[in-house]
Design a protein around this ligand. Structure first.
Ligand code: LLP
Length: 427
């Protein structure tokens, strides 16, 4: 359930017609519903309310500080993967003792920043990272709390680009080889072994791969205990998938129930890193039709709706062939046709929808690209020198711009023409 619904033929976000916001902020823009964000956070978090747990929101999915601060207010933590995400989380008021740091490529500077900030855990992904972290912690004369991210070799049955828990993926340390590195870490002066983490992929629509990896992690925790290494935190990675089209993902409570059953009496704090399930259906991308056209070749013809949002604004369709439902902001009746909905970027791969049965629309009509709250704005870029779009949040009958549309000036911020190009000195 989300708060983007038609009222009297007008798509509204909570109590405001989307067209009203569009006329004030221009298009394209991302639009988030506070009520939906809150509802989804709580739906997920409450499933675990009877056990010791921390819901660490995956910042990469939607990193605006307004969104992060909302979840921090509900007691949420953050799952970060860069120094930049740590900065955002801290600016948003997330408690550093609820921040966990994942990712295969943490730089020395990033490790130092994490240690200085007093984060809860580093999810270490390689032996070299362990030694780098040990060295930085020694230099700072502190102890680094860690989990290792183990790779349980479980097939998440999702898109290849977002499946991470198979042996062939770059993430984590194979679970069968992890015992040795745990023993090594346990001996290190500036390292404190605290947990085990795993994340097998994103947009999972089945519960069984989660349960299977937890089973493997649990048995591994038992083997660690035999060696005298006690685990305080078990991190199960990202959350469940969402409905973009006709997927039927489990309700977060079903997922929570299965996880709690599998956990049994294991005494450890559970860490969860959901992103998509919380924000995915809490945000849309609003765009305006610029042109409609039909290209004819031989006996074939192809209809295009050209909109003002492109693959730089929402890259998921181009990158993953992902489906996003697209609906007109003013409900349409009458005939429909099969169209490609495309952006202004100079690439054939720039599309939001392909061969979609769509209502007849015309120049100036507003369209809403649904389910765009996760990995939407955060994956946007300035490709084709397009300023990144505004982000807006609605609460009831109020709205606020939570990130301004970028200006032309911002496009060249930090750029300069070197002197040797200005004065031709003959070299
Ligand atoms: N934890 C870790 C270590 C992760 O790598 C991810 C996502 C998450 C948590 C959050 O997973 P979620 O709850 O959102 O499924 N750009 C892709 C998704 C990439 C996911 C990367 N990792 C997309 O647009 O589908």
């Amino acid at each position: 359930m989300n708060h983007f619904q038609y009222k009297d033929g007008e798509l509204c976000c909570e109590d405001i017609p989307v067209s009203v916001i569009a006329s004030e902020v221009g298009t394209p823009f991302y639009l988030y519903s506070k009520a939906t964000l809150s509802r989804h956070f709580q739906a997920f978090d409450s499933g675990f309310s009877d056990i010791d747990h921390i819901t660490c929101f995956a910042v990469k999915s939607c990193s605006n500080i307004a969104v992060l601060s909302l979840f921090a207010g509900y007691g949420g933590g953050a799952d970060i993967v860069s120094g930049g995400e740590l900065f955002r989380a801290l600016q948003a008021g997330v408690d550093p003792r609820k921040i966990i740091y994942s990712g295969v490529g943490k730089s020395e500077e990033e490790l130092r920043y994490g240690l200085k900030s007093g984060i809860l855990l580093f999810n270490v992904e390689s032996e070299q990272e362990l030694h780098r972290l040990g060295k930085v912690a020694a230099e700072m004369d502190v102890t680094a709390p860690i989990s290792f991210r183990v790779n349980p070799d479980v097939d998440p049955k999702t898109h290849a680009y977002i499946s991470t828990g198979l042996a062939k993926n770059k993430f984590g340390i194979p679970i069968n080889e992890a015992l040795e590195i745990y023993q090594q870490a346990a001996e290190m002066e500036h390292i404190k072994v605290m947990g085990v983490s795993c994340h097998i992929g994103s947009q999972l629509t089945l519960i069984s791969p989660f349960v299977e990896s937890l089973r493997k992690v649990k048995s591994f925790v038992g083997r660690l205990a035999e060696k005298g290494i006690i685990i305080n935190y078990i991190d199960l990675g990202g959350g469940v998938g969402i409905t973009y089209d006709d997927e039927k993902p489990p309700h977060p409570h079903e997922y929570a129930k299965a996880i709690k059953e599998e956990l049994g009496g294991l005494k450890a704090t559970l860490i969860l890193e959901p992103g998509r399930v919380i924000v995915g259906n809490a945000g849309i991308l609003v765009t305006e039709v610029q042109y409609t056209k039909t290209n004819r070749g031989g006996d074939k013809e192809k209809n295009f709706v050209v909109v003002d949002a492109g693959m730089n604004d929402l890259t998921r369709p181009s990158l993953y062939g992902a489906f996003h439902s697209i609906i007109p902001v003013k409900e349409k009746e009458g005939t429909s046709q099969v169209v490609d909905i495309v952006g202004p970027i100079c690439e054939t791969g720039d599309f939001l929808a392909k061969d979609r049965e769509f209502a007849q629309v015309e120049q100036g009509d507003l369209l809403a690209v649904m389910s765009a709250g996760a990995y939407g704005f955060t994956m946007s870029s300035n490709y084709n020198s397009r300023p990144r779009v505004a982000e807006v949040m609605v609460s009831g009958d109020r709205f606020a711009v939570i990130r301004e549309r970028e200006s032309m000036e911002s496009l060249i911020q930090g750029e300069s023409i070197p002197e040797f190009l200005e004065k031709d000195d003959g070299r």
